[in-house]
Design a protein around this ligand. Sequence first.
Ligand code: HEC
Ligand code: HEC
Length: 334
Amino acid sequence: MARTYLAALCLFVTWFCYAKELPQTADARRELGAALFNDRALSADGRVACSDCHRPEHAFSDDHPRSTGAFGRIGNRNAPSLLGVGTSTVYFWDGRRTRLEDAVHDPFFMPFELGLRDERDLLERLDNIDYRRRFEAAFPDAPDASMDHVEAALASYLRSLANDGTRPRETSRTDPTLDRRVAMGKRLFFGKAQCVACHEASADSGRYTDDRFHPSALGTRKLAAQLPQLVPLGMSKATDVEAVGRLSGENRDLAELGRFLVDKQPAHVNAFRTPSLLNVAATAPYMHDGSVATLEQAVDLEIYYRGLESGRPLQLTSEERTELVFFLKTLRTP
Ligand code: HEC
Ligand code: HEC
């Protein structure tokens, strides 16, 4: 009898501790993730943190066409917003990663991002009293600073940013003309202009992306002359995803091959993942290479190119283009 009581008591105590500890551990994990995200000491020159390219005031992207990493090195891609990244299933412009934990691993080791040599280089930088305390609080069962723990902490921090951020903000009720134009823009987006075919969402929620790969409006004309050389070269290069990331940052021409470098599918030459349009007003400049300065220009380019691509050229008046832009500016995470 006594034994049964004892067992029940043990069970209760375990449950109690577990139930009490879990939220604390989750908080500690997010806090550790935030500390890692903001720490410049985790870069090769001690001057760049994740948060320098993913800045809160720009919806966790930045305002450079292509961002500057350790030692002033510049890659070939525009930094995307990280808001809502927790509900995504593919990462990077070429979708080379499919788990958030893997996506947060790569930036440490890209020469044009944080530029660290290897995992040991990173773990040595975490070997201090402050991080030791943080890892203990975040992973009480196995408090070592391992790569798995770094990835889990960063992923849980990013998942906590703007939750899934799927609801576009209500428009103002103080300016009826603006509200009417926003409503017209929305109707165009989901109707005649068929932007929703790739920037997938329902009428009032979603991330405005299908997470699939489509040709860029910028590339093919620019690339056409070089393709006969580039495609075979891209085919033979970079067989694992981390190597694809490195190559895309280092070789500007090959970077333009986009998704093709990952899956070697001819249809994916110069194709990129449809970007989410949430917070798009805060993430200029635009497109995978940051070569389009304003939202107006990005919308004009998309109207022209998507019409051409589908064989149904879009005839939109300049008023209709403005309405589309007004609508896009209302897409915000809460
Ligand atoms: C030098 C600027 C820079 C730094 C530093 C940087 N990033 Fe990025 N980040 C980028 C760029 C550029 C991309 C797009 C790369 C690509 O698609 O090939 C990106 C993409 C991402 C993505 C994929 C987002 C998506 O929706 O596809 C995640 C996640 C991410 N970064 C997290 C981080 C984390 C975590 C750190 C720090 C460990 C970090 N980044 C450091 C510039 C940077
Ligand atoms: C066939 C799929 C497809 C359709 C249809 C489409 N887009 Fe896009 N859109 C993309 C892809 C892919 C990119 C990224 C291209 C690149 O980076 O070079 C993109 C990029 C954008 C961007 C830049 C976003 C950023 O963060 O860089 C905007 C804005 C945009 N599209 C708006 C629109 C509008 C408005 C329409 C309707 C007129 C539209 N798109 C139709 C696939 C599509």
